[in-house]
Write a protein that binds this ligand. Structure first.
Ligand SMILES: C[S@@+](CC[C@H](N)C(=O)[O-])C[C@H]1O[C@@H](n2cnc3c(N)ncnc32)[C@H](O)[C@@H]1O
Length: 303
């Protein structure tokens, strides 16, 4: 972040009250073409002041100190450069809980909540809340999927695997934050690593962008999400093939639920079903997200 920009903007913000600071921020972000400038300006100010959202309304005359003005200027200039608010504040809300994120982790997306809902529906349909079930989360990143499932399912245990040791350190922090660290193991490795199961439920939101498409992604994704979390190989299906190979060995029964990119569901369903057909699995179900896109492929022996 250019020091001079931060310096100049913070001088304009020092001594401003909340109302005036927000007015400056909204103009700055709107002029930079940021959609939802007003919401973002408020979220960043709440973060900088260590306040609650309602405090901005109840105390509009509160003035910014010199260090708050500098922090707010810094945050606004980062947002102006398309950095997502969640990256600036280091926290992303997911399925009703807050998760720590860092440059080593994907910024979890709301669409991934479709995978959580599908997994919980499978568990409920199979009496899994009463049983102890074992979950494997491939490409766990910030741990958002595994930690959410373990928090929702107190009898479950899980393993989160990732190629990135830095991401696993964040997953570990999130497990502690949400009180599930006694139920989770974090393993550095590729796809199934050395894990042999048996698992009742395998979940994954793997990298699924075809390599050549990464350069065309929006700046807020391309510049801030780690390449390792995006790149799914030449056709985007590389990790699904590895998952398909692994499930036959580690899943005598249970369910596999994976997130997919737009248009990938039929190919992924075919890959998983062909690999697991000897296990007597169900036909794959394609589950749509709230935007109507086929977002998850679910296949199970017990549906
Ligand atoms: C799309 S991100 C998903 C992160 C998290 N599960 C979520 O939904 O927000 C994919 C993750 O898979 C990891 N990864 C990439 N290739 C992998 C592989 N072959 N085996 C294990 N992890 C992998 C990346 O480091 C990244 O953390």
């Amino acid at each position: 972040m250019p020091e001079r920009g931060v310096e100049v903007l913070s001088r304009a913000l020092i001594g401003c009250d909340v109302r005036a600071a927000l007015a400056i921020a909204v103009v700055l972000l709107s002029d930079a073409g940021i959609e939802g400038a007003s919401v973002d300006a408020r979220r960043l100010l709440v973060h900088v002041l260590g306040a609650r959202p309602l405090d901005l309304i109840s105390a509009p005359d509160r003035t910014l100190t010199t260090s708050e003005a500098k922090s707010y200027a810094n945050a606004l200039l980062r947002r102006q450069s398309c950095e997502p608010v969640s990256r600036i504040i280091g926290v992303r809300g997911f399925f009703g809980r807050d998760f720590i994120i860092t440059p080593a982790t994907l910024d979890p997306r709301p669409e991934t909540e479709t995978l959580i809902e599908t997994a919980l529906a499978w568990v409920d349909a199979n009496g899994g809340r009463e049983r102890e079930i074992n979950i494997l989360d491939i490409g766990t990143g910030s741990g958002v999927i595994l930690v959410t499932l373990l928090a929702e399912l107190p009898n479950a245990n899980g393993v989160g695997i990732d190629l990135s040791a830095q991401a696993l350190a964040v997953a570990q922090m999130n497990a502690t934050l949400h009180g599930v660290d006694g139920h989770a193991r974090w393993i550095e490795g590729r796809t199934f690593g050395e894990e042999t199961g048996p698992f009742d439920l395998v979940v994954s939101n793997p990298p699924y962008i075809p390599s050549a498409d990464i350069a065309r992604l929006d700046a807020d994704v391309r510049l801030y999400d780690p390449a390792l979390a995006l790149d799914g190989g030449a056709d985007g299906l590389l990790i699904y093939r590895e998952i398909a190979t692994g499930i036959a060995a580690t899943m005598p029964s249970g369910a596999v639920i994976v997130e997919v990119g737009a248009g990938q569901a039929p190919d992924v369903a075919y890959l998983l079903q062909s690999a697991w057909s000897k296990g007597g699995c169900s036909e794959a179900r394609l589950v749509r997200d709230l935007g109507g896109i086929e977002r998850c492929v679910a296949i199970a022996t017990l549906f």
